[in-house]
Design a protein around this ligand. Structure first.
Ligand SMILES: C[S@@+](CC[C@H](N)C(=O)[O-])C[C@H]1O[C@@H](n2cnc3c(N)ncnc32)[C@H](O)[C@@H]1O
Length: 930
């Protein structure tokens, strides 16, 4: 408690203290001789003293009034005299009993007080309501409160609202919220509160926080109430009654939980919340674990557009965040937790904090994007505490914790601890709601907890229909299906898994697909991310009918397919090979893009005719500059001249001062060097974009009869690439395939690759590499070249190929990125089949925490660069941070001068050992024209 308030309370309590000493400590005091009104005053004084001692935490009284023999004597005397007491005395005695833990006497006096409820003044009704909460029997408490509310309603109807005090309103509303009593009186009370708040000059912070908390709990905190509360709260900050820890925690919780606060975005309300967060940051040591949990939850829930603004880059680059920012709230309060408060947390509070950390940047179960506050020390502390309380966690807490850990990509370093948490979550899944069940499936899939996912899948087989998502909840169905499908994929089981899908789940999937038409007809928003997850999940589970149904319905109901969804459809359409449904053509037509050029075909004839000419493709506006690039190339590079196409792409970037995400300049030299040295016959590229590097790879391997497969998840880019490749005269060498690597790697023709170029999202590098290895799609001495392994980075992949796996030998080359004002970057060149020395000690196969953290930061930065503009200086700072952090993990560039590149030829073992010589150059294996 702060000094100001303590002093004020002290003054009020001086008399109470005197009475206490006089009455309770005087030996031989005779209660029986006191008249009833004196007894009531004494009870009042004792209660006041008790409350004061409790709230200040001072045990000055050194006594627990609830057990004090003298007080108990007085209390029982009061009970025996209830018939003599006036209504207001009855209310005072109830209040005294409720305040002094002498609840055993409360029911009788309350009964008498309720019998005279209509004679009570408004202030007494407030006290009575407050006291009713202390009744042990909840039904009796609710009945009493209903009587009090009725009396209050009458009072409000017959008296001017001004006659009520804020305290009376707050007490009644608080009691309703605590006892979950719903009544129309709540609305009248809210109006009375608004009226009082608009006229009173200062308010006690306790009343404000109680009003906010209670009306939000009663679901009737409307916009005017929140605005008035915020205005009074701002006046209160800095007065004798500033917000203490409990008031801060309750008020911030209430504003975050009130749906209006999210939509109204009122500058005054935001200003008030900002001040309250600042107060919380100024007193981390006074906040209990519960307060910290509430405040962090509120900070996350108010979202990146909230009073504290978006989660800044501070956390992701090891910078100290600015005061008054969301990152700083998490930093300051997170440190308070790590420094000892975690031990106080109940399981639900632990779960709320993990959830808050993950949701802080705007991630939700619908949207896993950048952000989140990922402090490994805090997460490890929370996880450690949770490990001791697993049996007390509710199913909801498990779902929240797993979602948080999956979103923050936090895997405990102890496989044992991890497995215990997952197993406990699965064992509680039978009691989970549909939403929790679906989120748990998604989380276990993301965390790659294959064994536990399989256990969950078998539980889904016996789950009650109530537990499976309703078919209208597309997002939940998608989370569930995608999560389950991930178990199959990771375990290499995808085919045949469809048989183990329980029929209620199948019905639900079909129901949700059929619901699309209804959603579209009623103008309800369609969750495209959910649909693409569902499409990928169905494909991986080989649920052909459902996939077909989804495709058919989506083509009718979704006006614009997202690239992700369209590419999943195209992968599936090719696989279904269903001429009758003509799926592939319909998807391309839906994208407004002719027939998509077919597999490895020449693509649509491009731009010789110039803008608007016949046969010219009309590209979607989102690919404006890529379409312009294609027209530029078609216009200025001679057809069939691959080198000219490459030069024109670079010229286009220079002339337009544009940065295109292509591996040009020094990065191109690394590719050339590997190609020349290794002369690979079969090359796989993941991430084709506009085909720039695919053309470079194709032009090289054509010299020795090799082939290139290049994967692109965005169908429109894939089509542009095909046109670029065709213009370069390489359609017979380069096969551009549409699809996300997650889906398409397993669908590539049965052959192995001598060289791979990874240029997709860095955090997929490792997953894709492991999948290729599992499927035996790499030749024995295959080389994997990976781009952007410093900026934004691919730490988990680097750690795997440099430190963990014994089968890879890696050279890291430091160079300048193409077109970003020369920001530093790394490319890695890893060769398979070369054994290195002993594995690092203690290496049990799990990714070290420091690497996991860097991987998450890399992903965060990548998303930020997609969502917002990231300036070159910020990239430079990030690259430096990554470099230092990777160095601490033992990962460093060995080749720093691009002129030393020829040295690579000594390092690479040439003439890769090929496993499948026979089939490699059969064009039919590649889906290319003969
Ligand atoms: C950096 S660009 C590739 C540039 C290209 N390699 C070049 O140098 O010309 C990355 C591309 O990869 C695609 N992509 C990202 N993740 C992918 C994945 N998992 N599978 C297939 N394509 C992916 C993106 O759509 C994007 O077009």
């Amino acid at each position: 408690m702060d000094g100001g308030r303590a002093a004020a309370s002290w003054k009020k309590c001086t008399r109470a203290a005197q009475v206490l000493e006089l009455v309770l400590e005087k030996p031989g005091s005779s209660w029986a001789g006191l008249p009833s009104d004196r007894l009531v005053s004494a009870a009042h004084a004792v209660a006041r003293w008790h409350r004061y001692a409790k709230s200040t935490g001072t045990a000055r009284a050194g006594r627990d009034t609830g057990k004090d023999a003298e007080w108990l004597k007085a209390a029982s005397l009061l009970v025996s005299r209830t018939a003599e007491l006036q209504p207001s005395s009855l209310a005072a005695v109830c209040w005294a009993f409720a305040s002094t833990s002498t609840g055993v006497f409360l029911p009788r006096v309350m009964e008498s007080a309720i019998a005279k409820v209509h004679e009570q003044a408004a202030a007494d009704l407030g006290r009575l309501a407050w006291s009713a909460v202390e009744l042990v029997d909840v039904a009796t408490a609710r009945n009493a409160l209903h009587c009090i509310l009725e009396a209050m309603a009458r009072k409000m109807a017959s008296h001017p609202v001004h006659s009520l005090q804020i305290l009376d309103i707050a007490q009644v509303a608080w009691s309703m919220a605590r006892l979950t009593v719903r009544s129309d009186t709540a609305v009248a009370l809210r109006q009375a509160a608004i009226c009082k708040l608009s006229t009173c000059s200062t308010c006690d912070s306790r009343h404000l926080s109680n009003l906010a908390w209670s009306f939000v709990k009663l679901s009737c905190a409307d916009e005017p109430l929140l605005k008035h509360l915020a205005a009074r709260a701002v006046d209160t900050v800095g007065t004798l009654h500033p917000f203490g820890p409990q008031e801060l925690s309750n008020t911030l919780w209430a504003f975050a939980a009130a749906t209006h606060a999210h939509t109204m975005r009122d500058a005054d309300v935001w200003g008030c919340l900002n001040q309250l967060f600042a107060s919380a940051q100024s007193m981390p040591g006074s906040l209990s674990g519960q307060h910290l949990a509430n405040i962090l939850w509120a900070a996350a829930r108010l979202g990146p557009l909230g009073p504290l603004g978006p989660l800044g880059p501070g956390g992701s680059q090891g910078r100290q965040p600015q005061p008054g920012t969301l990152s700083n709230v998490f930093l300051v309060l997170g440190q308070a937790l790590v420094r000892g408060r975690v031990v106080e947390l109940a399981p639900q509070q632990l779960a709320a904090i993990v959830w808050a950390c993950a949701a802080a940047g705007g991630a939700s179960t619908q949207n896993k994007r950048s952000g989140g506050y990922r402090d490994p020390e805090l997460l490890a502390a929370l996880e450690g505490k949770m490990a001791c309380r697993l049996t007390e966690m509710t199913p909801r807490a498990f779902a929240n914790v797993l979602w948080g850990f999956a979103t923050l990509a936090f895997l405990s370093e102890s496989p044992h601890a991890r497995a215990r948490l997952y197993a406990a979550a699965v064992s509680h899944s039978a009691e989970m709601s549909a939403q929790e069940f679906a989120i748990t499936a998604w989380s276990l899939g993301t965390l790659q907890a294959v064994v536990h996912l399989q256990a969950l899948a078998s539980l889904a087989a016996t789950a009650s229909t109530a537990q499976l998502p309703s078919s209208s909840a597309t997002n939940e169905v998608a989370n569930l299906v995608w999560g389950l499908s991930h178990a199959g994929l990771s375990a290499g089981l995808s085919a045949g898994l469809s048989e183990s899908i329980p029929s209620p789940l199948l019905e639900m999937i079909h129901g949700s697909i059929e619901g699309l038409a209804h959603q579209a007809a009623h103008g309800e928003p369609i969750d495209l991310r959910g649909l693409s997850m569902l499409a990928r999940g169905l494909l991986k589970l080989s649920l052909r009918d459902a996939f077909h149904g989804l495709l058919d319905h989506a083509l009718v109901s979704v006006p614009e397919l997202s690239p992700d969804l369209a590419s999943a459809f195209l992968v599936g359409a090719t696989e279904l090979g269903d001429a009758q449904h003509d799926c592939e053509r319909r998807v391309w037509a839906h994208l407004g893009l002719g027939d998509g050029g077919g597999e490895g075909g020449e693509g649509g004839e491009g731009g010789e005719g110039g803008e608007g000419g016949e046969g010219v493709q009309k590209w979607p506006s989102r690919v404006g500059r890529e379409a312009e690039l294609l027209r530029f190339v078609q216009r200025f590079a001679s057809r069939g001249d691959a080198q000219a196409v490459l030069s024109m792409v670079e010229a286009f970037c220079k002339s337009r001062k544009l940065w295109l995400k292509v591996a040009g300049s020094e990065k191109a030299q690394v590719l050339e060097q590997v190609l020349e040295t290794l002369r690979p016959n079969s090359v796989l590229e993941v991430g084709c974009y506009v085909g720039f590097s695919a053309i470079r790879l194709g032009a090289a391997v054509r010299n020795w009869g090799g082939r290139v497969v290049s994967l692109e998840m965005d169908p429109v880019f894939a089509l542009i690439s095909r046109e670029m490749v065709a213009h370069a005269g390489l359609s017979e060498v380069v096969d551009v395939r549409v699809g996300h690597s997650e889906l398409i790697l397993s669908r590539l023709p049965a052959k192995s690759f001598d060289m791979c170029f990874f240029d997709q999202r860095g955090n997929r590098f490792l997953e894709d590499l492991e999948q290729l290895e599992r499927m035996g799609k790499l030749s024995r001495k295959a080389v994997v070249v990976a781009d952007n392994v410093l900026k934004p980075g691919a730490p988990a992949f680097l750690w795997h190929v440099c430190s963990k796996s014994q089968t890879w030998r890696t050279l890291i080359v430091e160079l300048r990125d193409f077109g970003t004002c020369g920001v530093l970057d790394w490319m890695s060149v890893s060769q398979r089949g070369a054994t290195r020395g002993e594995p690092p000690r203690g290496c049990d196969g799990s990714i070290p925490q420091a690497i996991q953290h860097l991987a998450w930061q890399a992903d965060d930065m990548r998303w930020r660069s997609i969502d917002y503009h990231v300036a070159p200086e910020e990239w430079t700072e990030f690259a430096e941070y990554m470099k230092t952090s990777l160095k601490s993990a033992g990962l460093e560039a060995e080749l720093r001068d691009i002129r030393d590149l020829p040295l690579m030829s000594c390092w690479l073992e040439t003439a890769p050992d090929r496993d499948t010589q026979t089939s490699e150059n059969d064009p039919r294996q590649w889906g290319l024209a003969d």
